[in-house]
Design a protein. Sequence first.
Length: 151
Amino acid sequence: MSASRDGSVVGDARVREERRAALRDLLPAVERLRGVRSVVWSGGGQNEDGSYNLRYPIYDRDTEKVMEVCNGGALTDVEYRRTLQRRGGHGMGSRAPDLVALARDSDEELAVALLTWMMRSERFSEGEVAASLESGALVALLDRLGELYDM
């Protein structure tokens, strides 16, 4: 079983209710993110001194709210790497998984682990969350949790 941010096991009814409440609070943001097919980027230009600025995505408040909840908040699996390895290595190889397809068949444990992986990947590769928004994967995983939580 995966672990929540406080180390509790996912099967714990308290953790499940906390996650359900967090998702319920996110539903208006998820609805607004549903149609996002492109994210605005900034930076990338050359400065007067010859140095370059790296490009980075500009996330709106809805995306930031989802990122907070799925990366340290209630919808976080602190053991996401172990969970993903145990569940078939999704996201752990060199080839990116089809997250939209995975979302359709995910249970709570896998959906939360994939969301955590998606958010933590942003730290190492700016734009991972943007790519998941543009592909529909982020909303698909959140929608799947909504189905699992009877929302």
